[in-house]
Design a protein around this ligand. Structure first.
Ligand code: GLN
Length: 547
């Protein structure tokens, strides 16, 4: 039966709890154990699918179509274990289930309460579907003391009790700030945070203390004393040059050893960290560099492109180069010529996005890349912009556009090259949607197969003609325009197995011009860079030799 490790946070958010969890997962794997990681999010949204990227960062999509928290992306990148709907739950979803049961009368007239009904639902979620794994890591979102987090903390407290010392461990992540005027590190926030945790009945076994500088032994002893934790279980976590150093740094600080020690495991094999060492080595000592322009909309909030940034880094790892990203707000091209911003870039990427603002600028960026032979990668919305550009400027379809921007049918573009598909098949099932369907959970989301044209660039890149990639979008390239666009040089090199939904477009006589309807960045990993990113950065390296 799995051992459970609960990871909570204190003092402030954004300390890297997800990353610490992911790194611990990688360390346990490196010792030969199997792991699964889960995230419990205390907010009331049913899923992060409809949350603004400005507020919540990227929505991470799983194979089974769950729209989840971006921490699941960290988990997958570090452990390679594909996450699923059963790995992320919010308070909203828990309550939705309870209220539905209450309405059906399934509580038989009893009063429905936070304890035991909400806590039981949380416990059931945690304890379901992890058969066969050695360790289940469960991260609680937010920080201890948040009102909405209380049922979750109570649920894991109960679980700790039920599972006992041999099967549960509590890790708490805090901050040890440096106060300039005093010239010293302060342990008080950590003490208070642990006090808060203990007041709800949880005594942490291990403290991870984030700090900008080395935490002297004396301070670690003090934290141990005040927080009732052994000194060797106060683990310092310093800022790192690259996140991929986290498994090595945490191992160095004794994190995995202490976790195993909590469970009384003394004879675990030492971890094989050679692959992580190689990654860090490559990140730190690249042989060259490329400049990639990412032309997007939410560029102020880098978390909204979390997986994309990581996938570009992985593409760099595959080619032994550093990838420097220039973030360009697409609206600027609506005022100035694209060339002002895009000269001297080795590659241009237009990522996913929603809504009309900035689209004409993105189309300008595609045009520049196409005409100037700069490697171009369009992802999801970026592919749709590339199709609109080709329709207007290659096929001469004036007024080509997307129906996404029309409030009513009357406002549809003259050539709706991007439009809503009302029906498609997934496996043997027919799926439907229309203009009226709710926004939440109505997109084509999750893993879908695609068939690639033999001899196309993408078939060569993948080394296969059958692929599966993750989607998250509502609109599609209109298959009705396939013949016209192909006649003018835009090849439809990937289609859904039923041939109805365009999945990939490419321009064969361009150095590298690929648009994909899916999100390849979600499956890229430092130990296994996605082939499209590796190939795109490879093309950028070629291009950098020309300029
Ligand atoms: N807005 C587009 C759609 O819904 C693209 C979405 C995306 O880029 N993820 O189809």
């Amino acid at each position: 039966m799995a051992r459970l490790i609960f990871i909570t946070g204190g003092v402030v958010s954004s300390l890297g709890k997800g990353l610490a969890s992911a790194a611990l997962g990688a360390l346990l794997q490196a010792r030969g154990y199997t792991v699964r990681l889960r995230k419990l999010d205390p907010y009331l949204n049913v899923d992060p699918g409809t949350m603004s990227p400005y507020q919540h960062g990227e929505v991470y999509v799983t194979d089974d179509g769950a729209e989840t928290d971006l921490d699941l992306g960290h988990y997958e990148r570090f452990t390679g274990v594909a996450s699923a709907q059963s790995d992320n739950v919010t308070a909203g979803r828990i309550y939705q289930g309870i209220i539905a049961k209450e309405r059906q009368g399934l509580y038989l007239g009893r009063t429905v309460q936070v304890i035991p009904h909400v806590t039981d639902a949380i416990k059931e979620f945690v304890m379901t579907g992890h058969e066969g794994v050695d360790f289940l890591l469960v991260e609680i979102g937010g920080t201890v003391g948040d009102i909405e987090g209380l049922p979750f903390f109570e649920a894991i407290r109960q679980l700790g009790n039920e599972l006992g010392r041999e099967r549960s461990a509590f890790v708490h992540l805090t901050l040890v700030p440096y106060i300039t005027s005093a010239g010293e590190l302060k342990t008080k926030p950590t003490q208070h945070s642990v006090k808060e945790l203990r007041s709800i009945g949880i005594q942490p076994d291990i403290l991870l203390c984030r700090s900008d500088m080395e935490i002297p032994l004396e301070d670690r002893r003090k934290i141990a004393l005040f927080c009732n934790v052994r000194p060797e279980r106060v683990i310092p976590g310093m800022n790192l040059g690259t996140i991929y150093d986290a498994p090595l740094a945490y191992h160095e600080a004794g994190f995995d050893t202490q976790v195993l020690d909590v469970f009384g495991i003394k004879d675990a094999p030492p971890p094989d960290l050679s692959r992580w060492r190689a990654v860090v080595e490559r990140v730190k000592k690249p042989e060259g560099e490329v400049r990639i322009a990412v032309v997007g909309k939410y560029i102020q909030v880098k978390d909204s492109y979390k997986s994309l940034i990581e996938a570009l880094t992985h593409g760099g790892l595959a080619n032994n180069v550093r990838v420097n990203v220039d973030w360009i707000e697409s609206e600027v091209f609506e005022k100035d010529a694209a060339a002002v911003y895009l000269e001297e870039r080795n590659g241009i990427l237009v990522p996913g996005g929603f809504g009309e603002r900035g689209t004409e600028g993105k189309i300008q960026a595609v045009k520049f890349a196409r005409e100037r032979n700069v490697p171009f990668f369009g992802i999801c919305f970026g592919m749709q912009m590339a199709v609109i550009e080709a329709a207007r400027n290659l096929a001469g379809l004036e007024g080509a556009g997307s129906t996404e921007f029309a409030k009513s049918r009357a406002e549809w573009p003259r050539h709706p090259v991007i439009s809503l598909m009302t029906e498609w098949t997934k496996g043997n099932e027919v799926q439907r949607r229309n203009d009226e369907t709710d926004l939440g959970g109505t997109m084509r989301v999750g893993a879908y197969d695609a068939v690639l044209a033999p001899g196309s660039r993408v078939a060569e890149i993948y080394g296969s003609t059958n692929i599966s990639e993750r989607h998250r979008h509502r609109y599609e390239v209109n298959i009705g325009y396939k013949r016209q666009l192909e006649e003018h040089g835009l090849m439809f090199s990937g289609l859904s197995p039923d041939g109805v939904l365009p999945e990939i477009v490419e321009i064969p006589d361009h150095p590298w011009f690929v648009g994909v309807q899916f999100h390849p960045e979600l499956k890229s990993k430092p130990l296994d860079p996605h082939p499209l990113f590796a190939s795109f950065i490879g093309a950028a390296v070629q291009q950098s030799r020309l300029v």
